[in-house]
Design a protein around this ligand. Structure first.
Ligand code: ZN
Length: 418
């Protein structure tokens, strides 16, 4: 048998380092002995890799009580001081930039509406939004400097189709942007690795690393914003599809002759199950009620009679007071969400479906409806095992997930990054 060549050894070292980091990410704190058992790597390999990771600052030792052996021991976990990552969400009508430490703890964040985006002149609007984002990223990195944290990279979540290999936003219908080479621009500007991903994929990754789907290898995250986007995690990896555009679940058809969707087609799922559908239904019911009945609903009082100002938070507040208009709208949207989720679960057989974005607020009303429907309508072997959860990361989910792209790259490509 021939001896492994240097390149083979380097590759093996890289794969083993990824295995160790992934194991720590999922199960830390762990002792060296536990790492050896869980990864199947021998003790001397573990020691050597851990020494390297400690030297690089990504992992540190802590003296904690090991519950399994009942006495204090040296345990290993990711070092929050291992560096900082910038997460950016370019929303349809806002910008959010945050700075996290190496364990995705948020250190700094700023959210601004971007009224500067001018859809009648998309190029000018795009330049203004990106310049604004650059200023905010610089502020975030400056803050990291004051904490003596090295910058590891910038992750960007965008509302559209992305070529993640090139770090390019290909098409964002609601922003009216296309072919925006974000990585190229910001790598030059900041001299850091830049990762660009669809907002729904970012949010799914954030849940996988630090949210309700931690350590769940097969799950679907539904981002409810202007539309419905899907981040599909299969076997611990984001499923991207042939050209990276998988997950456009909001545009699956549930009524062939249904209402017109923003994409121009009819009967798309998001037209019936997204936040816009919830608000549309509430407004429609209030408009068609007689004045005395409408006045019974607390919703009108919350917005001084201006029904266009009603938000999902208002609907939640009204539902808490037992308001029939809010409760009926939630029931209707919940039923339509459940129909689409049942379809997705029949296709992918996920362990969990996470409801994220604006509708995660409505979880206490929507989730029981979805659970009941899926339990009745999934194919019998799939029933009972599907978990439906609301995201706990709220409106930070996409930007936090974008920062996680940086951390994810270090876990998966350690030799490239360290
Ligand atoms: Zn559509």
């Amino acid at each position: 048998m021939s001896r492994p060549k240097t390149a083979d050894l380097a590759l093996m070292r890289k794969l083993n380092t990824t295995t160790v980091m992934d194991c720590l990410r999922r199960h830390a704190p762990l002792s060296r002995a536990e790492l050896s058992v869980k990864t199947g790597l021998n003790r001397s390999t573990i020691s050597s890799i851990v020494d390297d990771l400690i030297d690089q600052g990504y992992v540190h030792e802590t003296m904690l009580q090991d519950s399994k052996i009942g006495r204090p021991g040296i345990l290993l976990q990711f070092n929050p001081q291992g560096g900082c990552a910038v997460g950016v969400e370019i929303g349809v009508d806002f910008l959010l930039v945050l700075l996290t430490n190496f364990t995705a703890g948020i250190l700094w964040q700023r959210r601004v509406p971007h009224t500067v985006n001018d859809v009648s002149d998309p190029l000018r609007g795009q330049i203004a939004v990106l310049e604004r984002a650059e200023t905010m990223i610089s502020e975030a990195l400056e803050f990291g400097k004051t904490l003596d944290l090295r910058p590891l990279g910038i992750g960007v979540g965008v509302p559209g189709l992305v070529d993640a290999n090139q770090g390019k936003l290909v098409f964002a219908p609601n922003l009216k942007w296309q072919d925006t080479p974000i990585r190229l621009m910001w790598t030059r500007r900041f001299n850091l690795p830049v990762f660009v991903e669809n907002e729904a994929n970012c949010a799914a990754l954030g849940e996988f690393y630090y949210g309700v789907a931690h350590d769940v290898n097969d799950f679907i995250h539904i981002s409810t914003g202007i539309g419905l986007g899907g981040g599909i995690m299969l076997n611990g990896h984001l499923f991207k599809g042939a050209r990276g555009y998988a997950g456009e679940i909001g545009h699956t058809t549930i009524y062939e002759d249904g209402e017109v969707c923003g994409c121009g087609r009819r009967g798309c799922w998001e037209t019936y199950a997204g936040p816009r559908a919830l608000l549309h239904r509430v407004r429609q019911v209030l408009q068609h009620m007689d004045t005395a009945s409408a006045a019974q609903s607390p919703l009108l009082g919350m917005v001084n009679g201006e029904i266009e100002q009603i938000t999902p938070q208002h609907v939640v507040d009204a539902a808490r007071h037992g308001d029939e208009v809010a409760l009926n709208a939630l029931k209707e949207v919940g039923r339509h969400l459940a129909i689409g989720i049942t379809n997705l679960a029949n296709i992918f057989n996920p362990e969990m479906v996470v409801l994220g974005g604006a509708l995660s607020l409505c979880g206490p009303w929507l989730i029981p409806i979805i659970r009941e429907y899926t339990n009745k309508n999934l194919l019998p072997p799939l029933r009972g095992s599907l978990r439906i959860e609301a995201s706990v990361q709220g409106l930070d989910a996409c930007a936090l997930g974008a920062a996680t792209l940086v951390l994810d790259d270090i876990v998966r490509e350690p030799l490239y990054s360290i």
